[in-house]
Design a protein around this ligand. Structure first.
Ligand code: ADP
Ligand code: ZN
Length: 729
């Protein structure tokens, strides 16, 4: 602290900095600087300067003379009261330090300073000495609006910039300052209102009602695939926009397709502001700033959009609310759907959760009256749901080394003969999940994880799907040196594509997988090509399960329906049901008679029975019953403690120490430690403890007490807390 700091230091405020500290730090406010809770400021921290947020609360009588001072207060709207309470709430609930939560709200540092105004020109009223055709065009066009950017005016008038220069010299135009361009055009709520069916109209009115009522509400919008949920919640969005509120639509990242943006555009005459990993940093900064200023009225984004600093948020929609992608499992562990409801309850506005296959949690909330329930039970228009049947792989298996059963093969042939499309779904990237040497039995394993390397033949690499490690696909076995005796075990999408190319060489086959060259742009092109009927057979991972509308698709085949059933996850059955229902729901969306064929080795499994019979409610009732009996969510609560270290011994020792510090109470019990199913990840050995509690038990307080009572982690040991875990790997 230097002399000038001391001279100006007068009052003291808490400042939350984006670091894993447990509470805000105290800083002095220099004389002449005005800050309030929520102000975004720059403060010294050790040798660095960091951006932080002035927080609420006491600083318990610290002497300002002993403190360092805030360096700078940004010219930026302060983080609102609701947002600060939200950060506190998320931190409290997830046990993530508040600094790491606030960091998610400060993702666009360059946006703390106002956007620069741009240079523009406007007519002075003076005519140039000499009028040419080009000049006349410019003068005519310019008269239609007050101020223009030079290039905008040149473009609109169809002249070169030198024509504008000439007019400037003649003093027909003068320079003016223009506010920064909006990130997106304003939505027009009256623009492309759809003609809703009677059922859709009733559902839309119920949702609009929740927007008109003051205060918080949560509503489950449940409707079969293709029933028009999107059209229906668009009406609630229009009502919120008309009421002068901002709106947030959350989508699983993968569903943020051009198709969704186009539909939004058609309804509101402008696209929403998009917020996800593909948006350029420059555009992200613009959006962040304009969301804070209230200039952006609607954002469609992935889970991190929840932490945007909305000025007057008044509605949040969570589409595909059951999607596991809403759970973040790195750094801060949080579930964006649950936190969206919290955000709405703190802000006192409605949340809408939409799905064809709601999560058990949401379904129970709806059936117990905590959430409202609005349903759409039929597809829109002529379209019927596909008829689903099981293919018993024990009775009619495919030939050796093949994965498409004769039954499915016949259906594919018939479908493409009619000029329609078939989709084959397999939730596994690459060619084969395991490669081994036929001579010595060597299996290719990741050096840093306890997983097999996946053969990506199109790229000629073997790759770990957990850490990204990859090596060129070798020709000889590294263990015994034998050449050309490596065999691929099991299927990935590349292998199914190969099978289709062999069986249907005339057909136009497209393989959709997120890892193929060309990235998002190529994917977008291919999705458009499919929608335009330029493909016959489409093979894809769960990428194809969501959001797309393929008019010619009349057959969906699930290659390995059992894939997710046996991973020891309490939600395995629910997840499998949701995914298969969603994927088969891609078929028959425009009125074609359509089928879904589900290849399974366990046709008697309740999930397969539910799919085949179309009786989802019986399946859900059973699942809910089982959860109730086992005290699993939402009837009980879970939290995971994950301990990792460079050596197995260290990880296990610390996990045992935590267990020893965990008392068993009437309401809470700690199980484990057990070696994690993914025992080694990125070279770190992992152990898990599972805390199981009753619904009302104080789980967070218990976890804090356990962590405090155990010895602090030493050496390479790290402890992660996952409240409401979705993954048990
Ligand atoms: P969901 O989200 O329930 O699967 P969508 O909202 O995607 O259903 O609607 C399915 C298809 O039906 C879309 O192509 C959509 O444009 C169309 N659709 C739904 N409702 C209407 C309507 N009222 N008027 C015109 N098209 C509609
Ligand atoms: Zn790995």
């Amino acid at each position: 602290m230097n002399f000038t700091d001391q001279l100006f230091a007068q009052t003291v405020v808490p400042v939350l900095v984006p670091l894993p500290s447990a509470r805000p730090y105290s800083y002095a406010v220099p004389d002449g600087m005005a800050v309030e809770p929520g102000s975004i400021v720059q403060v010294p921290l050790g040798p660095r300067q960091v951006a932080g947020v002035v927080w609420d609360g006491e600083t318990d009588g610290v002497d300002p003379k002993k403190l360092r001072a805030i360096t700078h207060c940004f010219d930026c709207p302060p983080l609102g009261e609701d947002m600060r309470r939200f950060v506190d709430w998320v931190s409290d609930y997830t046990l993530a330090p508040p600094g790491l939560v606030v960091r998610m709200a400060l993702r666009a540092p360059a946006a703390f300073d106002p956007e620069p105004w741009i240079e523009g020109i406007e007519p002075t009223g003076k005519l140039p000495d000499r009028m040419t055709d080009a000049r006349r065009r410019v003068m005519e066009i310019a008269a239609e609006a007050g101020a223009w950017s030079r290039s905008g005016l040149a473009h609109a008038a169809g002249v070169t910039p030198s024509v504008i220069e000439g007019l400037m010299k003649q003093e027909a135009f003068r320079s003016v300052r223009l506010p920064p361009a909006p990130a997106v055009a304003a939505p027009d709520t009256g623009y492309g209102r759809a003609n809703l069916s009677e059922a859709q109209q009733a559902a839309a009115e119920a949702l609009v009602e929740t927007v008109r009522q003051p205060g918080f509400s949560a509503t489950l919008l449940e409707g079969v695939t293709g029933s028009g949920k999107t059209e229906v919640y668009f009406e609630a969005i229009a009502a919120a926009l008309d009421a002068g509120r901002q709106v947030l639509i959350l989508l699983p990242e993968i569903a943020l397709t051009q198709a969704f943006i186009d539909r939004f555009h058609a309804r509101f005459g402008a696209p929403p502001a998009e917020w996800h990993s593909d948006v350029s940093p420059r555009q992200r900064e613009k959006i962040w700033r304009q969301v804070a200023e209230g200039r952006v009225r609607i954002v469609a984004g992935a889970r991190s959009a929840l932490f945007l600093p909305f000025k007057e948020l008044g509605l949040v929609v969570v589409d595909e609310e059951h999607d596991p992608a809403y759970k973040q499992e790195e750094r801060t562990f949080y579930h964006a759907r649950d936190m969206a409801v919290v955000r709405a309850s703190i802000g006192g506005f409605p949340a809408i959760l939409a799905s064809a296959t709601p999560s058990i949690e949401t379904r129970v909330n709806a059936s117990q009256g905590r959430y409202r329930h609005v349903t759409l039970s039929a597809r829109f228009g002529e379209a019927d749901l596909p008829s689903l049947s099981l293919v018993d792989m024990r009775r009619a298996p495919p030939a050796r080394g093949r994965f498409v059963s004769p039954t499915l093969h016949t259906e594919i042939a018939a479908t493409i003969a009619r000029g329609e499309q078939a989709l084959l779904f397999l939730n596994r990237r690459g060619y084969a999940p395991l490669t081994l040497c036929r001579v010595c039995g060597h299996r290719f394993q990741c050096p840093d994880c306890s997983t097999w390397l996946v053969d990506h033949r199109l790229r000629g690499r073997l790759q770990c799907h957990h850490c990204g490690f990859e090596v060129p696909r070798p020709e000889a076995c590294p263990e015994c040196g034998t050449l050309d005796h490596l065999v691929a075990c099991g299927p990935g999408v590349e292998r199914i594509a190969e099978e289709m190319l062999t069986d249907f060489p005339e057909a136009r086959t497209i393989l959709l997988s997120s890892d193929l060259a060309g990235g998002a742009r190529r994917l977008r092109r291919e999705l458009e090509a499919i929608a335009d009927g330029e493909a016959d057979i489409i093979i894809g991972t769960q990428l194809v399960a969501k959001g797309h509308h393929f008019p010619l698709m009349s057959l969906v085949g699930a290659i390995d329906a059992d894939l997710g059933l046996s991973n020891g996850d309490p939600r395995a059955a629910e997840r499998t049901f949701q995914l298969l229902h969603q994927v088969t729901g891609r078929a028959g969306r425009s009125g074609l008679k359509s089928r879904g064929l589900i290849q399974t080795w366990q046709p008697e499994h309740p999930v397969m029975q539910a799919l085949a019979s179309g009786d989802a409610s019986a399946f859900y009732e059973r699942e809910i019953d089982e959860r109730l009996r086992a005290g699993l969510p939402p009837f009980g609560r879970l939290a995971a403690i994950i301990v990792s270290a460079n050596s197995r011994r260290e990880a296990e020792a610390h996990a045992r120490a935590l267990r020893a510090a965990a008392p068993e109470t009437d309401e809470i019990e700690t199980l484990g430690p057990a070696e994690a199913p993914l025992a080694v990840l990125r070279g770190r050995h992992r152990f898990r403890l599972l805390v199981q509690a009753t619904r009302r038990a104080p789980v967070q307080a218990y976890l804090r007490a356990v962590i405090a009572a155990a010895p602090p982690p030493r050496g390479s040991v790290q402890v992660q807390i996952d409240v409401d875990p979705q993954s048990f790997l």
